[in-house]
Every structure is written in C-alpha cells, then in structure tokens.
Design a protein around this ligand. Structure first.
Ligand code: NAG
Ligand code: NAG
Ligand code: NAG
Length: 314
C-alpha cells in the first residue's frame, strides 16, 4: 500500500547531481514551542549553513499539545489549518532549513491528534515528507554508493498504547494500523534492498540508558530481531529526551530526542551495558556519510561537539 508514493520519492531523489558524501541532521521530540526548541533550531540552522545537509531526519513527537473545541488536548494537530504548523514548525525551522526535505515520523504524542493532517501537510509545505506512517527512501551517497532509510512507525508496535483509557483518540488511531504487517514489510524491504548503507529510523528506542522506556523497549525487541538479522548499520530514534549512543552486535543505536528539552531519568542498569555516551542537554545529531564511513556527532545548542562516533560499513 505504501509503494506508489515511495517509488515517487525514490525517483525524485535519484536525480541528485553527482555528489560525494551525504549530510543529514537527526532531531526529534521538538513540538513544544519553548525556548529550548528555538535554541536547537538555531543551532541546526547554523550547522546547516556549514554542512549543507541533503535532508533532515525527524524522529517524531512533532506536536505535544493542541487546542480543539473542547479545550487542550495532549498532542498532535487538529487539521491542516491548525496554527501550530506555523508556530512550532514553519516559523522555527527557517533560513537554510526552508528548502531542505524533513523526512518525518509520527511520535506517540502525534497519535493523540489528527494523523491525516500530518500525512497531508506535504501539500501545503513541500519540505514536510510524511507520505504514510511508514515509508522508505534510497539516496545516492556517491556514484557507486547508496543508502536506504526505512522510516518505521513504532507507536502501533507498543501494546500498552492501545490500553490507555485517557487516550481513546490514540487507541482509535492506532487500531486502524496493522503492526504485524508493518514488521513483515520492514523485513521485506531489508531483504530486497541492494543499498550499501541500511538504516532504520523509528520514534521509540530499542535500547536506552533509562527506565522510562523499559516497557516500550520490550515491544521494540521485535524490531531489534529484524535489524540484527539483516545487519543494518544504525537505528535512529527519539522519545527519550536525551542524546544517547549505544553499540550492540555491530549496530549503532542513536537516540536524538532532545529537540526541545533535555532531562535526566532514572538509570536502567541493563542499558548501561551497551552505552557509549549519553547527554542530558538539548541538542541534535550531525551526520556525514561517505562510501565506507558514517561520522555522527552530537551537537549542543552552542554547536559544541558533545560526542563523535564512527561507524564503518559492513
Ligand atoms: C483531519 O484533518 C484533515 C485535514 O485538515 C481534515 O480534512 C479532517 O476533517 C480532520 N479530521 C478531523 C476528525 O478533524
Ligand atoms: C530473504 O527472502 C528470501 C526469499 O523469500 C528467503 O529465501 C531468504 O531466506 C530471506 N533472507 C533472510 C536473511 O531471511
Ligand atoms: C558537522 O559535520 C560536518 C561534517 O563532518 C563538519 O564539517 C561540521 O563542522 C560539523 N558541525 C559542527 C558544528 O561541528
């Protein structure tokens, strides 16, 4: 069901002029409208002027609350006309970022609002890419090298989300999706790709240093089994409002969920086993991909380099 839109995306991207190296930034959990969101956005813009990223990866939780006729709701947008589009997105990610695609995902907060509006928003703002809750793109890194990005919609995988009585809207939205079919689709995409670099992006982490995502990580195990089986090089996520880098069985796991706030959590000893680095301040990930090496740097709002990781192609 996703394939028509996807082939359009892939064709469009295949016409990039001859290039060497691919640059992108990964950020998430940003739609709060607070000062920290603007500081991260400013840093992303300044870094974009230096690195000229090909695109931005947005791991979701795009809107944390919205107002509708019965008052304030927990997340998402009401419709295409919701003023939050301008307030939290268009007027925040400006300048150099205006003409760069934002490959986006829905976070659990987005599921508390109108999902269709987020899927349709591309028609109003071409840089917003969210053709369906999950999709994949393949991009050229150089003339010989390609990179696959699978954008996976992880909220429907989280069993607990169907049970929240206070979030009937979320459960209603999720019930329309088929998580099992999505995992089969993920497996099919990874099994049939010929891309040299293979990445999976999801809102929820598979591993984190915190106890806050213990429950969701249990469900995300199913995704882990698949990405391990097909040897993807990295998994990018958010959800936890920190910056984290883990490595397990030759896969790098990045959490970039500090697009509007950084905070501390209770530590999960199990997550420490795979942890390379974590930071509790707001920031984002600055990534450069060449034919055989990925360099990923966590940057703070002052553009200081907080942590650098090198992933070789395997
Ligand atoms: C969701 O947003 C779309 C696009 O603006 C709109 O057509 C639709 O009526 C909205 N749905 C609800 C339930 O408000
Ligand atoms: C990929 O799909 C083919 C054809 O269905 C199957 O034979 C093969 O075992 C799959 N690869 C893996 C690693 O599961
Ligand atoms: C982001 O990465 C690029 C490529 O490695 C580098 O040129 C740039 O200086 C980095 N940004 C910052 C702020 O360090």
């Amino acid at each position: 069901m996703y394939s028509i839109l996807l082939s359009l995306l892939v064709c469009q991207l295949a016409f990039r002029p001859a290039v060497s190296d691919l640059h992108f930034q990964v950020f998430g959990d940003w739609g709060m409208g607070n000062k920290q969101q603007k500081l991260v956005a400013m840093a992303m813009m300044k870094n974009a002027v230096i690195t000229k990223p090909n695109f931005i990866v947005n791991v979701g939780d795009n809107f944390y609350k919205h107002k509708d006729s019965d008052g304030e709701k927990q997340g998402g947008v009401n419709n295409l006309e919701d003023p939050l589009w301008k307030e939290y997105f268009e007027s925040v990610y400006i300048d150099y970022l205006r003409n760069i695609p934002f490959y986006s995902l829905l976070g659990n907060h987005d599921y508390m609002g109108n999902i269709s509006a987020q899927l349709l928003y591309h028609s109003k703002s071409p840089r917003w890419y969210l053709p369906s809750p999950s999709y994949h793109i393949t991009v050229q890194v150089d003339e010989q090298t390609t990179a696959l990005f699978v954008f996976l919609d992880t909220s429907p995988i989280i069993v607990d989300y169907y049970k929240h009585p206070e979030n009937t809207k979320m459960a209603d939205n999720l019930k329309k999706l088929d998580p099992k079919q999505q995992l089969e689709w993920l497996e099919h995409v990874l099994n049939t790709t010929s891309a040299n670099w293979r990445f999976v992006v999801g809102h929820h982490p598979i591993i984190s240093s915190t106890t806050a995502s213990l429950l969701t990580e249990q469900d995300m195990n199913m995704v882990d089994t698949i990405i391990q089986k097909y040897s993807v090089q990295a998994y990018f996520s958010g959800h936890i409002h920190q910056l984290e880098h883990h490595n397990d069985n030759n896969i790098d796991y990045f959490i970039s969920g500090a697009g509007a706030t950084g905070r501390s959590y209770v530590t999960n000893p199990k997550g420490l086993r795979t942890l390379n680095w974590f930071g509790q301040d707001a920031g984002f990930l600055n990534v450069t991909l060449s034919k055989d090496l990925m360099t990923a740097q966590f940057l703070g709002t002052d553009l200081s380099v907080l942590h650098t990781s090198h992933t070789p192609i395997i």
